[in-house]
Write a protein that binds this ligand. Structure first.
Ligand code: FES
Length: 209
């Protein structure tokens, strides 16, 4: 429940009870995913960023794919118009809730190199975008570098948009935390770890293998 509804439930309990009861009982035949996708259409149409930020992650959690979320945003176009749809796409991309755009074709060398090893500072999470995906580079000391896929092993959110806690990164979608030196999932304990991508340093360049 939003903070505003919690406030109303305390200060106007009768009104809030009827309101919440309406939400709970009025829609009965639709499953949770469909309800969330319809909510996305309505939130884009009325242009409420807060509603969009609330219901889009719920849709993902309820089993919607990123493609279905994009379709829901586009379904709003006839009523919402182009600007509201583009605004919603910006928000959804920032939240990593939309499918990746197809990549343009790079040269083999461009695709393979993540950059000069010396340019990656020690003990700092660094994100690198390549056509094959987003990567996280972490150097625990001068002799140790590890490259991870930036896709969260829980539900594929982009960890580059997560919170950098120095030696750990926290996913912004469901708050899983990972140790950057090892990729191990710290919270929840026993969760899947980050995917290590094979890499090699050649002539000072950090290369994907
Ligand atoms: S997508 Fe769920 S914790 Fe990252």
């Amino acid at each position: 429940m939003s903070k505003a509804l919690t406030y109303l439930a305390k200060t106007r309990p009768e009104a809030a009870t009827h309101l919440l009861s309406f939400y709970k009982h009025s829609v009965q035949a639709l499953d949770e995913k469909t309800k969330c996708l319809i909510q996305i259409v309505t939130k884009v149409t009325v242009g409420t960023e807060r509603g969009l930020r609330q219901y889009a992650p719920k849709a993902l959690k309820a089993g919607a794919s990123r493609e279905e979320i994009l379709d829901a945003v586009l379904m709003a176009f006839p009523a919402a118009g182009l600007n509201k749809v583009l605004d919603a796409i910006d928000i959804m991309r920032e939240m990593d809730l939309l499918p990746e755009a197809p990549a343009s074709s790079p040269t083999a060398a461009e695709a393979q190199s993540l950059g000069l090893l010396a340019d990656f500072p020690l003990q700092r999470m660094q994100c690198v975008q390549r056509p094959s995906g987003d990567y996280i580079v972490y150097r625990s000391d001068a002799d140790t570098v590890v490259v991870y896929s930036a896709r969260c092993p829980h539900s594929k959110a982009n960890l580059c948009r997560g919170t950098d806690h120095g030696t750990q990164v926290e996913c912004r979608i469901h708050n899983w935390r990972f140790d950057l030196a090892t990729g191990v999932c710290i919270e929840p304990a026993g969760g899947a770890g980050m995917q290590v991508i094979p890499s090699v340093v050649r002539d000072g360049q950090l290369l994907l293998q």
